[in-house]
Design a binder for this molecule. Structure first.
Ligand code: NIG
Ligand code: FE
Length: 435
C-alpha cells in the first residue's frame, strides 16, 4: 500500500469537471471547473476527493498524518495532458530533410522522391524491436517532463506485415516497461509503399485482407487511421480501409485535408470517425458535416508551423460547434516534438483559441478523441490520479508565457514521475511573482 497523497492549497485547481457529456464544443470548451485554494486526495493511484483545501481537510483530517503532503501554494494544478495523435515509435532521423525543406523542397516533393515517410519506413524496418523500445522509452520520458501522461501511438512506418506488427508489439510491450498509457492505432495506410507504386488498390486489398485481420486477432490496436490525401490514398480507398477496420471493431480516424482540400473532413463525418486530424485545408462544408456528426477535430498547430503552413481554422471550428482536441503529432518528419505545452501556446497564437479552450483541447477533449474520458482528462473522483503541478499560478499564465516548459511535478496513477522543482523553475525564467 502506498501512502495517500494530499495536494493542497493550489492557487488554481483546473479540474476540467463539467456536466456536459462527451467531447465539449462551443462554450463548454471554456468550462475548466476551477477551484481556488484547491485540493486533491489520492489513494492507490485514484482520485478520492476534489475540493477546496478546507473541504478536503474536513474529510480526511484523521488520515493527514499518514499522507504525503504536497503544498501547491502559488501553483496551477491540472489533469495530466493527453496527446491523442503521435507517431512515437520510429527509427532514424530526418534532420537532412528539414534542411532540404528550408532550401526549397516541399514535404510532398521529398515524399514522392522516396524520402519522407518512406525514409522513416526504411529506418524503422531496419531497427530491431529492442532498439525501437529503447528509443521510444526516451520519448515517453520526454512526454512526462512536458506534463503528458497519456498518448495515442500509431503504426505506419512499416507498411508491410512484419514491421507494422513490430511497431504495434513495441507499444504493447512498453505497457510493461513504462508508466505512460499508450493507446494504439493501426495506420498501415500511412503511404503507398514504393514497391506498390501504381498498384495502390492492390495495397489497399493487402491491408484489408491480410494485415487488418491479424492486427484485430492479436488485439494490437483500438483505432484505424489512414492518410487521405492527394497522391496518397483517395477518399474512396480511405473509406474502404476504414469500413473494413470497423468490421474488426477498430474505430476510424483520418489524417484529412492536411496538404490539399480533398473531402477528408466530409469522409470523417460519413464513416463515423471519432476524430479527423490536421484539417488545415478542410472545407466549410466539411467543418459543418463534422459539427453535425460530433466528429472531434484533432488539430496539430506544431505541424502547421513546422511545415510553414497556415494553421487549421480552430476558431471557426469551435464557433461552428466542432469539438476540438490538440496534439503534438510527434513524428520525425513534420513535427519532431513532445511538447504539448508548446502546442497549447500555438493553439492560442496561431488558431485564436482562448487559453481555457486550449487546456480543454489538451486534456478532456483529447481524452475523448481516444475514448479515455472515463479514466483521464479531468480531475474527478474515481479517475486516475494523473496530475501536473505547474510553475505558474493560473491557466492564463500557462498559455501566455510561451515556448517554455513550466512543468514542476507530474504524477501518473499517483506515482510521481517528474519532480523537478529547481530545474523547472530555472527553465521557466519568466515565472511571475507568486504571492
Ligand atoms: O501526421 N501526414 C502524414 N503523417 C504524419 C507525418 C509523418 C512523417 O512525415 O513521417 C503527420 O504529419
Ligand atoms: Fe500524424
Amino acid at each position: 500500500m502506498t501512502k495517500p497523497i494530499w495536494i493542497k492549497h493550489a492557487a488554481q485547481l483546473a479540474t476540467l469537471a463539467s456536466d456536459v457529456k462527451g467531447a465539449r464544443s462551443k462554450e463548454a470548451m471554456s468550462e475548466l471547473g476551477l477551484i481556488e485554494d484547491g485540493s486533491l486526495w489520492i489513494e492507490d493511484g485514484i482520485i478520492q476527493a476534489v475540493g477546496t483545501t478546507e473541504e478536503i481537510e474536513k474529510l480526511y483530517g484523521d488520515k493527514v498524518k499518514e499522507a504525503e503532503v504536497v503544498d501547491a501554494a502559488g501553483h496551477l494544478v491540472t489533469p495530466g495532458l493527453v496527446d491523442p495523435h503521435t507517431h512515437v515509435v520510429f527509427g532514424g532521423s530526418r534532420a537532412r530533410e528539414f534542411e532540404m525543406r528550408l532550401e526549397g523542397a516541399t514535404y510532398m516533393d521529398i515524399m514522392n522522391a522516396g524520402g519522407g515517410i518512406h525514409a522513416t519506413t526504411r529506418m524503422t524496418r531496419e531497427a530491431s524491436e529492442e532498439e525501437l523500445i529503447e528509443q521510444t522509452i526516451r520519448r515517453l520520458d520526454s512526454f512526462f517532463t512536458h506534463g503528458v501522461t497519456t498518448i495515442e501511438g500509431k503504426s505506419g512506418y512499416g507498411m508491410n506485415m512484419e514491421t507494422e506488427l513490430k511497431q504495434l508489439r513495441v507499444m504493447k510491450k512498453l505497457k510493461e516497461k513504462h508508466l505512460m498509457d499508450i493507446v494504439p492505432t493501426f495506420m498501415g495506410a500511412h503511404a503507398v509503399p514504393t514497391d506498390y507504386k501504381g498498384r495502390e488498390d492492390e495495397f489497399v486489398d493487402h491491408l484489408i485482407n491480410d494485415m487488418l485481420p491479424v492486427v484485430a486477432e492479436e488485439k494490437l490496436a483500438e483505432f484505424n487511421d489512414v492518410f487521405c490525401e492527394k497522391d496518397v490514398f483517395t477518399p474512396e480507398q480511405s473509406e474502404r480501409v476504414l469500413e473494413a477496420g470497423k468490421k474488426h471493431g477498430l474505430i476510424p480516424k483520418i489524417h484529412a485535408d492536411e496538404i490539399a482540400p480533398y473531402g477528408g473532413a466530409e469522409l470523417a463525418a460519413k464513416v463515423g470517425a471519432v476524430s479527423a486530424e490536421h484539417l488545415l485545408k478542410a472545407s466549410d462544408e466539411g467543418i459543418e458535416a463534422m459539427a453535425k456528426a460530433g466528429t472531434i477535430a484533432c488539430l496539430l498547430p506544431a505541424t502547421a508551423l513546422y511545415l510553414r503552413e497556415e494553421a487549421a481554422k480552430g476558431r471557426q471550428m469551435i464557433d461552428a460547434g466542432v469539438p476540438v482536441a490538440i496534439s503534438t503529432d510527434c513524428n520525425p518528419g513534420s513535427s519532431p516534438t513532445t511538447s504539448m505545452p508548446l502546442v497549447m501556446n500555438l493553439a492560442c497564437i496561431s488558431m485564436r483559441m482562448t487559453p481555457a479552450e486550449a487546456l480543454t483541447a489538451a486534456t478532456y477533449n483529447a481524452a475523448c478523441a481516444i475514448n479515455r474520458e472515463q479514466q483521464v482528462g479531468s480531475l474527478e473522483v474515481g479517475k486516475q490520479a494523473d496530475v501536473v503541478l505547474w510553475n505558474v499560478k493560473t491557466y492564463q499564465e500557462l498559455q501566455y508565457l510561451f515556448g517554455v516548459n513550466h512543468v514542476n511535478s507530474v504524477w501518473k496513477k499517483g506515482i510521481q514521475v517528474v519532480a523537478s522543482d529547481e530545474l523547472a523553475a530555472a527553465n521557466a525564467g519568466m515565472v511571475l511573482e507568486r504571492s
